[in-house]
Ligand binder design. Structure first.
Ligand SMILES: Nc1ncnc2c1ncn2[C@@H]1O[C@H](COP(=O)(O)OP(=O)(O)OP(=O)(O)O)[C@@H](O)[C@H]1O
Ligand SMILES: [Mg+2]
Length: 404
């Protein structure tokens, strides 16, 4: 199986990145002077990482952005240079990262870029796609949203389940709920679906066997809503067998077949979770208005900003009618609150015990209306809050720093 090729134009400090990328399954080139020849011969440079401060960076950038631009992560110390911003408005496949960028973070960002643009990515059992041009861009357009909290028990699964059902009700689109809380979470215990198998059953197969049919077979359907569910499995003893590659392949497959992919994540910073967050277009960070969860959420936002994911995070406050005020939460996190969900005492538990989504069991309840509003963050035209996200992230960062 061919490995995707990454050009690392970093000069001088590439070794830890080369090592981490090779372990993660990439072939790495470190000499930018080979780029014109490679591209002229239609040999693959699937992705690139360009340090904007190196000598001739703008020339390398231009070479990478010929007829078929190579998706590139532009790394810089302070602000991206004008030539990178100007070009990026046309070639929207580029991303930005602030130095220093940890090697692990670079791996996740490249895996995410690879999935987004199918560069060198397997799209089915037929091998690696050489993915050039517009055809590649049409593969896998599904919207991937992660529900995450670094703290357990704040309502992630409740929100992920109800968000999935609400998305389906609001759009009638195809929705997949992926239970990636490996070893712990079990969506199928609060959503009554006929569970047959999970990703753990594919863990011993080779990546070539992770076909559309294999994933499809592991999906179960929630009859009442039509939401499809794919879980990691249900035996904690099997959890170590589920590797990052399998989860990424599952998301790659899901993105190609569903309009929305909702991921219920594990509350930690393990490799699997970081990979899921890195490939998500939106991260719904769930907090409850208490000091502990808020502190953890603030720490997560720091990490997210470091690895360039800060702008895709939206803050969802669960049990919002008790405790710290929304203004104080927004100030602590340096982000506006995007949605609030009231606590409704025993009803959420009663619905879960019956295997029913809250919004189906108690549609007239305030909590159900709030959960629908969470889905509207994805289904509605961008609101004032979302418009802020569309600003270049370094501009948001600059605004935040200047207001300190
Ligand atoms: N807004 C709410 N009002 C009342 N009960 C709620 C609310 N949100 C969640 N719950 C209840 O709180 C409990 C924990 O919720 P949930 O399982 O969704 O959290 P979680 O973050 O997924 O936890 P874990 O980290 O263990 O996976 C459940 O019993 C759920 O029914
Ligand atoms: Mg959970």
């Amino acid at each position: 199986m061919e490995r995707p090729t990454v050009l690392l134009a970093l000069q001088g400090y590439a070794t830890p990145y080369v090592d981490a990328l090779q372990v993660a399954g990439f072939d790495v080139l470190t000499d930018p002077s080979v780029v014109p020849d490679l591209l002229a011969n239609r040999r693959g440079v699937d992705l690139a990482v360009l340090d904007c401060d190196i000598h001739d960076a703008s020339t390398v950038y231009a070479e990478l952005h010929g007829t078929t631009p190579v998706p590139t992560i532009l790394v810089f110390s302070d602000e991206p240079p004008a030539w990178a911003i100007g070009s990026n408005t046309q070639a929207t496949r580029d991303e930005y990262a602030l130095k220093p960028l940890p090697a692990d973070a670079l791996v996740y960002r490249l895996q995410a870029l690879q999935i987004r643009y199918n560069r060198g990515a397997r799209v089915d059992a037929g091998g690696w796609d050489d993915a050039s041009g517009s055809e590649a861009a049409t593969i896998g357009e599904g919207h991937v949203v992660s529900v995450f909290a670094p703290k357990g028990g704040v309502g992630k699964t409740t929100i992920a389940v109800n968000l999935s059902v609400a998305l389906r009700e609001q759009t009638r689109a195809q929705v997949l709920l992926l239970d990636a809380d490996v070893g712990v979470g079990n969506v199928t215990s609060i959503l009554d679906v006929p569970y047959r198998m999970g990703l753990a059953d594919l863990a011993d197969s080779t990546p070539e066997e992770w076909t559309d049919a294999a994933f499809q077979q592991a999906v179960c359907v929630h009859g009442a809503s039509g939401v499809n569910v794919l879980t990691w499995g249900n035996d904690p003893a099997e959890s170590e067998r589920i590797k990052v590659d399998l989860l990424l392949a599952a998301v790659r497959w899901a993105r190609a077949h569903y309009s929305y992919v909702v991921i219920d994540n594990h509350p930690s910073y393990d490799d699997r979770t970081m990979a899921m967050l890195a490939i998500s277009g939106e991260i719904f960070l769930v907090v409850t208005p208490e000091v502990g969860p808020l502190r953890n959420a603030a720490q997560f936002l720091e990490v997210a900003r470091e690895v360039g994911l800060g702008d895709v995070v939206k803050v969802i406050v669960n049990r919002s009618n008790h405790g710290v005020s929304m203004d104080d939460i927004a100030e602590t996190l340096g982000k506006p609150v995007s949605a609030m969900i009231v606590s409704n005492g025993p009803k959420a538990v009663a619905a879960a015990n019956e295997g029913m989504p809250m919004i189906t069991k108690f549609p007239g309840d305030r909590m159900s209306a709030d959960l629908h509003n969470v889905a509207r963050l994805l289904t509605r035209e961008p609101t004032a809050v979302q418009t802020e996200k569309s600003r270049p992230w370094w501009a948001t960062l600059a605004a935040r720093l200047s207001s300190v």
